[in-house]
Design a protein around this ligand. Structure first.
Ligand SMILES: NC(=O)c1ccc[n+]([C@@H]2O[C@H](COP(=O)([O-])OP(=O)(O)OC[C@H]3O[C@@H](n4cnc5c(N)ncnc54)[C@H](O)[C@@H]3O)[C@@H](O)[C@H]2O)c1
Length: 283
């Protein structure tokens, strides 16, 4: 999008951390902002802050694990602002633990919020972004945990690798739709993610203490308001990959090196000698 003035953004997890940073940056760029969050109090506080500065903002309570909540939030967004141009699928939670030992309820919780929350956002909002013909942009928040398998975070990594896969697929699918697609992979950002357990719903065992995230305090991380400005810049530049910490490129290089070593091995594997195959993937 070349011009965001007067355009409408819907941000999940917009009451805290990076989502709030986005809301602030977008509003300062004269966008209208709908903050969608499971935490009503902080969402309203964010709206009050933005309105006090003369910006246009509203909020809606949504649990992104529930499709009907996201549908109701979309209805409210259209009723409030008429259209929607920018979708930020940003709400997320973190849990620590190995894939084989994390509790099944935490496995389900992290996949339901971090993966299904994104899917719900896409299913409900993509038709709305395309409906008005004015163009739009989607920003899906994954993580560096979607670029590299961080130890002792199996379920969280799985949820974020899934978001990477969905978003990279959409980049190809939307080349000619007028909808820009960005994948954000933050490094460490100073947010409330370390206390994600505060939002664990009853279905997954209810609210739980700070230890569950395995993160500890993120106070040495990047200022989330800088991330908000970075996301705005990426939308204006139609930038597909948004990395918040350039120093972490070494992890992507390391992973790529390991993957390519797998191809080097396959080149010499006895079982593949003389094998005939198509080497063309579907699609
Ligand atoms: N902070 C980091 O270092 C870091 C790094 C990489 C990726 N991320 C990702 O960034 C995104 C934003 O997180 P953050 O770091 O700003 O944390 P945060 O806790 O400050 O903000 C997350 C927001 O999501 C909301 N939320 C949680 N569950 C929800 C649900 N079911 N429905 C709707 N809203 C819900 C929370 O209430 C909160 O406002 C997440 O997807 C997270 O995984 C964070």
């Amino acid at each position: 999008m070349k011009d965001v003035k007067g355009k409408v953004a819907f941000i999940t997890g917009g009451a805290s951390g990076m989502g709030l940073g986005m809301a602030r940056a977008f509003a300062a760029a004269s966008m209208k902002v709908m903050i969608a969050d499971i935490e009503e109090g902080p969402a309203q506080k964010a709206v009050d802050e933005l309105k006090a500065k003369g910006y246009e903002a509203a909020c809606v309570k949504v649990d992104v694990t529930k499709l009907e909540d996201v549908q109701a939030a979309a209805k409210k967004t259209i009723e409030t602002f008429g259209k929607v141009h920018v979708l930020c699928n940003n709400a997320g939670i973190a849990i620590g633990g190995k894939s084989e030992t994390a509790s099944m309820r935490n496995w389900h919780w992290v996949m339901d919020v971090n993966l299904w929350g994104v899917v719900h956002g896409l299913q409900v909002f993509m038709p709305l972004l395309k409906a008005h013909g004015e163009g739009g942009h989607v920003v899906n928040t994954a993580s560096m945990a979607g670029m590299y398998g961080i130890r002792n975070s199996g379920p969280y990594n799985a949820s974020k690798f899934a978001v990477v896969g969905i978003t990279e697929t959409m980049m190809g699918e939307n080349r000619k739709t007028g909808i820009g697609i960005s994948l954000m992979c933050p490094g460490v950002v100073n947010t409330n993610l370390g206390t994600s357990g505060r939002n664990r719903q009853e279905d997954y065992g209810g609210a739980v203490g700070d230890k569950e995230s395995g993160l500890g305090a993120l106070t040495n991380g990047l200022d989330p308001n800088i991330v908000g400005k970075l996301v705005l810049e990426a939308i204006l530049d139609d930038q597909p990959y948004i990395f918040t910490d350039p120093a972490l490129r070494n992890l992507v290089e390391l992973r790529t090196k390991r993957i390519l070593a797998g191809y080097d091995w396959a080149d010499k594997a006895k079982a593949l000698e003389g094998a005939v195959q198509s080497s063309a993937l579907p699609g």
